[in-house]
Design a binder for this molecule. Structure first.
Ligand SMILES: [Zn+2]
Length: 389
């Protein structure tokens, strides 16, 4: 949330002198302390004012609505298919960064693209008055909204609180700017994050260092499409990677709605053939791979037989199937394929659609990630407040 925090708070942090390693609560007054980035602060002694949760939620919702309205008014001028293609290609570019440069995966970027694709596919009132001029700004602008939505969820479940820097009036929220409020993580949530880091779910800065270390050791962390011949082999070889991605991509409600599968019980298609199918399409250098819908249908029938309708319903985002996971994107009589993203996501899908093999591997490896996975599975079945240990 660095970009949304008013700079003057940084100087306040420097002045507080609270950079101690004391555990909670505050040694002076007994209040529950908060973290400002890595710095613990006491709301009482540092005279910080925490906004009541109901006010905080109203304020964040106000920002979400305002930003969304502006964003949607802006993109409504575009051509729908051009917009969808752009977002689909942006997502493929994000994951190629990982495949080509070994950079940490930008989960938030991937989630932003998926959420935007799912939102735009349902919109129908496009004016098509102009083409997209600043192609980089679309996903970036929506990222701000996703960040706000993430904050809303974090405040709802009590992982974060909102502090005010100025007086606010709930009836005049238009006077409030996004820099006037500050998000703080609670100390309990910081502890959870430390646990998550043990499972390689970490902030970008730390992730970069870790990726550098891995690269030096030449560990096979990047799964290649030809390295494994079946699901068991894939799961054994890339167990840690799959577990890590799975926990990262499904760690909150918003991400689950971005990457999850609806009506999962209907899906019998397996990730391994899905990956082979998706990567049978050649990746292009500067645009998403495109094929005719007729050809796509023919190919999918060849690969999946009678299950090919599952592919269309659950993995090809279209106006007819707006609930589908956007592994592929249908735009009228053609389909866009995103080979790198499809390959990446099919690995994650092993943890979901090959659950029996995955569970065996979890037991065999006696991986500490067992704890997290059981917690995560519990989270998938319940609302986030239940997920906090
Ligand atoms: Zn205190």
């Amino acid at each position: 949330m660095r970009n949304l925090i008013a700079p003057r708070w940084k100087s306040i942090v420097k002045k507080t002198g609270l950079h101690t390693n004391n555990l909670l609560p505050c040694g002076k007054c007994g209040s529950k302390r908060l973290y400002f980035f890595d710095d613990p602060l006491c709301p009482t002694c540092d005279k910080l004012t925490i906004i009541p949760t109901t006010d905080a939620l109203a304020i964040i919702n106000h920002f979400i609505n305002t930003y969304q309205k502006t964003f949607l008014e802006e993109v409504r001028d575009f051509n729908k298919n051009e917009l969808l293609s752009l977002v689909f290609w942006e997502r493929e570019k994000i994951i190629r960064q990982f495949y080509t440069n070994y950079t940490p995966i930008d989960q938030q970027g991937l989630a932003t693209c998926n959420l935007l694709l799912k939102r735009v596919i349902r919109m129908n009132d496009f004016l098509e008055t102009r083409s997209i001029s600043n192609r980089n700004s679309v996903v970036e602008a929506y990222r701000t909204i996703v960040l706000l939505e993430l904050n809303l969820e974090q405040v709802e479940v009590g992982n974060r609180v909102v502090l005010r820097t100025i007086q606010y009036d709930l009836n005049k929220l238009r006077d409030l700017s996004i820099g006037d409020i500050v998000y703080c993580e609670t100390e309990e949530y910081q502890k959870i994050k430390k646990i998550m880091e043990k499972f390689n779910v970490m902030p970008e800065e730390k992730a970069k260092k870790k990726m550098d270390a891995w690269r030096l050791k030449l560990e096979p962390i990047i799964p290649g499409s030809k390295k494994s011949n079946n699901a068991s082999e894939t799961l054994t070889r890339f167990f840690e990677t799959i577990s890590m991605w799975y926990t990262g991509l499904f760690s909150n409600k918003l991400y689950r709605s971005a990457f999850g599968l609806s009506r999962m019980e209907e899906i019998t298609i397996k990730p391994f053939p899905l990956r082979v199918f998706a990567t049978s399409y050649e990746a292009k250098a500067d645009e998403a791979t495109r094929t005719s819908y007729a050809d796509f249908l023919q190919q999918s029938e060849k690969f999946f037989g009678k299950d090919s309708n599952q592919l269309i319903e659950h993995f090809v985002l279209s106006e007819r199937h707006p609930e589908a996971n956007p592994l592929f994107l249908r735009l009228g009589d053609y389909v866009l394929v995103s080979p790198h993203f499809a390959e990446f996501f099919s690995y994650v899908l092993h943890a979901i659609l090959d659950r029996d093999i995955f569970d065996k591997e979890v037991e065999k490896k006696k991986s500490p990630i067992r704890v997290l996975l059981s917690l995560e599975r519990h989270c998938l079945l319940s609302d986030p407040p239940m997920c906090r240990p």
